[in-house]
Design a protein around this ligand. Structure first.
Ligand code: NAD
Length: 276
């Protein structure tokens, strides 16, 4: 019996939708999946950035188109599904990458937990949790009809144990991990065991959404929080977006055919380290 299929990626000709695809981590994922032969639909609320990300992929020889899409507006996601299908054919893989935190939902010297504005907390819950649920409803329906498909969510270290200062983001990502398990069971039992749902939980990657917490704006030096993260990451560095690719490819290809409902840390050992 052959244990390993020599064609381990199986992405050639597959249509991948990636939300938040113009962002730091997802643009890198999009580029790499295109390199492996996938047709990539780059969805983002920033249409120009989505177009630029797709153009970069095309200029490198890959297939990609940018689509303006707000993951929190069901009508926008439905319209985008239609446009993606017209452009690339049926969607095989959905990566729910749109997410993030904001300064107004972060405790600190300026604002205590007691004063965090409800709108800011709600914004973070919506973007991270509803932003994964709504596209999963819309593209998931298509996968249910096709009896196959793959959904990959992006959770976070905060889902395992909350980090200080970012209560809404931590709770929302815990929700994303929980939803990943729920949807994996639901899709396999109700529609098809060939529909798999998993998540990655990136550790710490220096990007626009967390730069204000991890580095000093004037000097770029690590803040005490940034320093603590490095000290608690056994590999001693922040992740670079490329560090996610191997795990993403594993989870969206038949290499993980019997894997559903898991959340994989990609964190340089952060979640394994007790601090002692
Ligand atoms: P990023 O801010 O660079 O990218 C997020 C993208 O989502 C942006 O391009 C933004 O325009 C888009 N977006 C925002 N609202 C949207 C909406 N309503 N509809 C569609 N698109 C929308 O962030 P990133 O650091 O690349 O993070 C990508 C994902 O990884 C997020 O879910 C984030 O929470 C998660 N994550 C990041 C880290 C990290 O260290 N950076 C760690 C763990 C998890």
């Amino acid at each position: 019996m052959t244990l390993i299929d020599p064609d381990t990626t199986h992405l050639a000709g597959k249509t991948v939708v990636i939300t938040g695809g113009a962002g730091v981590l997802c643009a890198c994922i999009a580029e790499n999946l295109a390199t492996l032969g996938a047709r990539v639909a780059v969805l983002d609320i920033r249409p120009d950035a989505a177009d630029e990300a797709a153009a970069r992929i095309r200029s490198a020889g890959g297939q990609a188109v940018g689509f303006s899409c707000d993951v929190l507006e069901r009508a926008s996601v439905e319209q985008t599904t239609k446009r993606v299908t017209e452009t690339f054919g049926p969607v095989d893989i959905l990566i729910n990458g749109a997410g993030g935190n904001k300064a107004q939902a972060t405790t600190g010297v300026q604002q205590t937990f007691f004063d965090l504005p409800a709108e800011a907390l709600q914004w973070v819950f919506n973007l991270n949790l509803m932003g994964a649920i709504i596209p999963s409803q819309v593209f998931g329906r298509v996968m249910a009809e096709q009896k196959q498909g793959i959904i990959l969510n992006i959770s976070s270290m905060n889902a395992f144990r909350p980090l200080t200062r970012i209560p809404a983001y931590s709770a929302a990502k815990a929700g994303v991990s929980n939803f990943t398990q729920w949807l994996a069971v639901h899709m396999a039992q109700e529609y098809s065991p060939a529909i798999r749902v998993n998540a990655i939980a990136p550790g710490f990657f220096l990007t626009d959404q967390n730069r204000f917490l991890l580095t000093e704006p004037e000097t770029g030096a690590l803040t005490p929080r940034g320093q603590k993260i490095i000290e608690h990451t056994p590999m001693g560095r922040f992740g670079s977006p490329e560090d996610l690719i191997g795990t993403v490819v594993w989870l969206i290809t038949p290499a993980s055919a019997f894997v559903t409902g898991i959340v994989v840390p990609v964190d340089g050992g952060f979640s394994a380290y007790s601090g002692v």
